[in-house]
Design a protein around this ligand. Sequence first.
Ligand code: GLU
Length: 259
Amino acid sequence: MCGIVCYLGKRPALPILVECLRRLEYRGYDSSGLAVFSNGGIRSVRAVGKIQELEERLRQDPVAGTGGIAHTRWATHGAPSEANAHPHPDCRGEIYVIHNGIIENHQELRRDLERRGHAFVSETDTEVLSHLVEECWRDTLEDAVMRALRRVTGAFGIGVIAAADPAKIVVARRGSPLILGIGDGEVFAASDVTALVSHTKQVIYLHDDELAVLTDDTYRISNLLDQPIFRDQQTVDWDVASAEKQGYPHFMLKEIHEQ
Ligand code: GLU
């Protein structure tokens, strides 16, 4: 399991997403990628290896936009490759998903989705989520994600965007960590508070089977049946250096505890 980061606001998303990914580097990863709302659609860039490789791609081919999702991958299903790196698109390249965790019923979901005409291009378990959200689409992204997640078993922390419902990011979790960061006219989400503390100290920890709909000036939390959940923000009182160790005196102790 590696890292996810989401940003939606008024500032250029790219430098923020890349900086937040860098703060997750200590967790280890084999590839990285991001997808940003850009010119009425979504642009995605991915690279195998270090985040530097992704930055090099972005220098040659910059993506403008003020909202997006980003991921560092630690492969569980499918080799570390560009095709298997996240975000994963649906059939039309209009829905993009980043995912930490393992979808346990991915084989059966994939068989079912392929029978319904969905074309898969990666070897990951994650790609079933992109096609499942596409399959479940009726009118809004959050509705499609809720319908999709009710059919999934396993662990997930996800971020999803769709060109048909722009200026919105839907995040959800079960078994994998996910934290919202509330800024001034901007919102964040990440799998690790470390990624957020240089931007905001106001955070909300999502619980299992919760989903949040993020727009640049607000957020809404619910369960997967769309029943609203109200939870106060917490103030993180660490600075960046100690946040990276999350209260542990050494990184090694933190990693041992996480295992
Ligand atoms: N199971 C997914 C994959 O292999 C996600 C791995 C991760 O959490 O980084 O792509």
